[in-house]
Write a protein that binds this ligand. Structure first.
Ligand code: GUN
Ligand code: ZN
Length: 440
């Protein structure tokens, strides 16, 4: 057929259309992961959205008037989704020598106090997005600080860059410095005002964000539970059972609760749309209850080893609950989701489970998107999804290149980049189809 005569082609001309050619990997939405590799695949982008995915030559033939960008051996993937970060901790990443509660008091809270200055918040928000994008992360779910201006800074910056992003004001009304505390009422009021200002604007979502049970009174947790009941389509994010000492502290603070999870459930903070970070030290009851209600867990492996928290049970998570992957910057020790996948691999190995290259990639894309209930919008190469894409160089350093050159399958070629790769492996980043110019 002479494609020039197909009338719909005229519609492509002069429009915001582009065909990306390279290796493609289309992953299944569900587990067990199925991954469809094409060594010369194509992704047609129209007006910021993935319009078609197929074999590259077929797409070129079907759309002869569309500009083509050919990445050769580059692997076209959905951008990484970091399901749990603290953008205000950007400047204190890799701070030495403390476990969770001491780490919060020594490094984190003093840094978060600096966000009373909106100019500082804006500087760090811009820095955070520059770094994350350079590492191929196109969507994050972030905690702010207690200051509403820290969320305005984050969302303004995300909006300016056209990003899909999730964030919420971190609420605390006890066991924190004076300058980082709100109250039950002001947490409700300020969170609601931010939610009304930002949730659903462009590609932004507001997440109701109690930091964790030790820093909220029952009244504050209940106030945020009430807000979530009024806005059930919002995500709710918090921390759960990260460290043994923290779990013991929760037991002291909430003697009436059977376990950590029940402190959230009692306040209306457990359910589908709930995103619970870490979740290392869960009892069988907590695992079962999480599975019953459809809450999602986020694995933060570089943080869990860096702060000395423990080994997440990924095998149990994969068969029971929605689960995603996150850097947990700056408790985590890297902005890179590649490095995070490597740590997830290592932690699972220590528990006797070898995660495959495709499972790791699935966790960093589809899995994370699912925890944030964004799995119909981002995280897969599929028609109708946002064209938030990356191109991976599978030979980005001599050490990686010499290993991947021996590979006989895509999984084998990809795995050295997962284990040894960093921002040098990110050849290109697209946001709604537009190329992002690296700022760092
Ligand atoms: N638990 C409560 N707050 C935090 C935090 O900022 N980082 C981590 N890793 N755990 C927490
Ligand atoms: Zn965290």
């Amino acid at each position: 057929m002479d494609n020039h005569k197909v009338p719909r082609l005229a519609g492509d001309m002069g429009k915001d259309v582009e065909l990306l050619i390279g290796q493609t990997l289309v992953m299944s939405r569900d587990l067990p992961v199925r991954a469809d590799h094409d060594s010369r695949g194509g992704v047609l982008i129209r007006e910021g959205v993935i319009a078609e995915v197929g074999h590259g030559d077929d797409l070129v033939a079907a759309h002869p008037s569309v500009p083509v960008t050919d990445f050769g051996d580059g692997l076209i993937l959905p951008g990484f989704i970091d399901a749990h970060v603290h953008y205000p901790q950007t400047a204190i990443i890799a701070s030495w020598g403390k476990r969770l509660i001491d780490w919060l008091n020594t490094y984190t809270f003093p840094e978060e106090l600096r966000f009373s200055d909106p100019t500082y918040a804006r500087d760090i928000a811009a820095r955070f997005f520059d770094i994350s994008l350079a590492h191929g992360t196109t969507t994050v779910a972030s905690y702010g600080t207690v200051h509403s201006a820290s969320l305005d800074a984050f969302f303004d910056e995300a909006l300016r860059r056209g990003l899909r992003a999730v964030a919420g004001k971190t609420c605390m009304d006890r066991n924190a410095p004076e300058g980082l505390m709100d109250t039950a009422q002001s947490a409700y009021d300020d969170s609601r005002a931010l939610l009304e200002r930002w949730h659903g604007k462009d590609r932004l979502s507001y997440a109701i964000t109690p930091r964790f049970s030790p820093t909220s009174t029952r009244e504050q947790l209940a106030a945020l539970g009430a807000l979530w009941a009024e806005h059930p389509d919002c995500p709710m994010q918090t921390h759960l059972a990260e460290q043994v000492d923290e779990v013991a502290w929760v037991k002291d603070l909430f003697p009436e609760a059977r376990d950590y999870l029940e402190t959230y459930e009692a306040a209306g903070l457990l359910g589908a749309g709930g995103v619970y970070g870490h979740a290392i030290h869960l009892t069988d009851r907590e695992w079962d209850r999480m599975a019953e209600v459809g809450g999602a867990l986020v694995h933060c492996p570089t943080s869990n080893t860096f702060i000395g928290s423990g080994l997440f049970d990924m095998d149990r998570a994969l068969t029971n609950v929605p689960v995603g992957l996150a850097t947990d910057t700056g408790g985590g020790s890297s902005f890179s989701m590649l490095r995070t996948m490597a740590a997830a691999y290592e932690v699972a190995q220590l528990r006797g489970r070898a995660l495959s290259a495709f499972e790791l990639l699935w966790l960093a894309t589809v899995g994370s998107a699912t925890t944030l209930r964004l799995d119909d919008k981002v995280g897969r190469l599929a028609p109708g999804f946002d064209a938030d894409l990356i191109v991976l160089d599978l030979a980005s350093t001599p050490a990686i290149a010499q290993r991947s050159s021996r590979a006989e399958t895509l999984a084998e070629a990809l795995f050295p980049t997962i284990m040894m790769g960093d921002d040098r492996a990110i050849r290109e980043v697209r946001i709604m189809g537009q190329r992002v110019v690296p700022a760092c």
